[in-house]
Design a protein around this ligand. Structure first.
Ligand SMILES: [Zn+2]
Length: 454
């Protein structure tokens, strides 16, 4: 598949991400901004320096750097900012739902930040994202294993208190070596008794024994879990119990948990029938995005377009939303796949010129709300995806997009917020167009399907 086709297919696929860290999602420019604002010396002054800092020797080195990075977060508004940035970036990638891990104890213990204020700020950031781009965010405060049992209980209590602000589970992160989940059994049992699931990292730095240990708490999902592949009995168990793994391929390579793409067990686990999802973990720190991770599934592991759809559906089904909301998400994904396959089946995809059915002199007017467009967004008038576009048209809402060959009528010509796409195809008819790609990706949303034909 040509890479441009693969890119637009992945962008258009409705996606959910279940394993991404709030602190590890800070973009280099935000990291530098917060460091400067809060008077923290990072030891580097520009984005190039941040990228150089992100070259890890091994897993302990990565964890040490994580500490440096989190030190820039000082005030509640810092958390609001990075939550908002993460949600907006997700929208640009066609992600509809996020479960975001963060480590409250790191900020409370090391910097005396009030957890209540931090959670309020995060919830406000998420609310703004929902209003602006329609992406839903939920949160998983994780216990950092190094902090000991007392902090695990405290984090469990914060989780329960944060339920009204989108907290859906207790997580477990940090250095796995010598610190199995069972060390924190009391807090885990306590949080579960409050009706809150436990979703630990396991089987990342430690082998199958780390996963077996975590499984005694019946987690619905395991963060990473890739080293389960070393134990056939464990692989069978994961399949039988339908436990979902949150696989973060690039993260595993960058932290050195897996030595090379050839050795990465993603394909073996998939072929064995384990329920897998694809995630980005700490995207800027690993120089990746969720789109890149889906791309890797194709380029490194030979996944097909249908496999990618199954991966993304696994994530929607494994979300920790209440049953009714989860079903809604699953239905949204199904509709997204239908539109995608209709589009893939359209003869226009195979012909150099549009088919007669879809060749129309009529313009279709769509009122589109540019929910995730910015001046850096890759969209252009009559151009291919990939052409940088900046336009004064993007600021006002609603954005009106004309799709079709017909000349805009004088009314539309007089509309300031009109973009005319040169494509002859209409996305609702299953054709490919730039606007259609963005519609399918959820980057723009029609306020009505087709408002008027001219
Ligand atoms: Zn993680």
């Amino acid at each position: 598949m040509p890479s441009s086709r693969l890119n637009s297919l992945i962008l258009a696929l409705p996606k959910a991400e279940l394993h991404v860290h709030l602190e590890g999602s800070m973009q280099p420019k935000t990291l530098l901004l917060l460091a400067e604002r809060n008077g923290i010396d990072l030891g580097c002054a520009d984005e190039e320096g941040v990228r150089a800092m992100y070259r890890y020797r091994d897993f302990p080195h990565f964890l040490a750097l994580y500490g440096t990075l989190t030190s820039v977060l000082r005030r509640p508004e810092d958390f609001q900012l990075i939550t908002h940035e993460l949600g907006m970036e997700a929208a640009r990638q066609g992600t509809r739902y996020l479960e975001v891990t963060f480590s409250p104890a790191t900020h409370y213990r090391n910097k005396s930040i009030a957890v209540d204020e931090m959670m309020d700020a995060i919830a406000e950031g998420a609310q703004a994202v929902l209003q602006e781009v329609g992406v839903e965010m939920r949160f998983i405060p994780d216990h950092v294993r190094e902090y000991g049992q007392e902090f695990c209980q405290l984090t469990a209590e914060w989780c329960v208190q944060g339920r009204d602000r989108g907290v859906v589970a207790l997580g477990l992160g940090g250095g796995e070596q010598g610190r199995p989940a069972s060390l924190f059994a009391d807090a885990i049992h306590w949080v579960q008794a409050q009706g809150m699931p436990f979703v630990p990292h396991a089987g990342e730095a430690v082998g199958p024994e780390g996963v077996w240990d975590a499984l005694q708490f019946n987690p619905p999902r395991i963060g990473h879990g890739v080293r389960a592949a070393e134990d056939p009995e464990l692989v069978d168990y994961l399949c039988e119990k339908r436990i979902v793994l949150e696989v973060c391929p690039t993260s595993n390579i960058r932290t050195g948990c897996v030595a090379s793409w050839n050795e990465h067990p993603l394909r073996r686990l998939w072929d064995a029938g384990v329920l897998l999802t694809i995630n980005s973990d700490d995207p800027p720190m690993f120089n990746t995005t969720l789109l890149d991770e889906y791309r890797v599934a194709v380029t490194q592991f030979g996944f097909t377009a249908d496999d990618l759809a199954r991966l993304s559906m696994n994530a929607a089904r494994a979300s920790l939303l209440p049953a009714e909301k989860r079903e809604q998400l699953v239905e949204t994904f199904k509709r997204g796949y239908k539109r995608r396959s209709a589009r893939m089946d359209c003869p226009c995809q195979r012909a150099s010129s549009p088919c007669r059915d879809h060749q129309s002199d009529k313009s279709i007017l769509l009122h589109l709300t540019p929910i995730a467009l910015s001046t850096s967004c890759n969209i252009g008038v009559g151009s291919e995806i990939g052409t940088p576009f900046s336009s004064p048209y993007l600021a006002p809402i609603p954005l009106i997009v004309l799709i079709g060959r017909g000349e805009p009528t004088p009314y539309f010509q007089s509309c300031k917020n009109t973009l005319s796409f040169s494509s002859t195809c209409v996305p609702s008819m299953g054709c490919s167009s730039i606007a259609g790609e963005y519609l399918l990706a959820g980057a723009v949303r029609p306020s009505a399907s087709a408002i008027a034909r001219t």
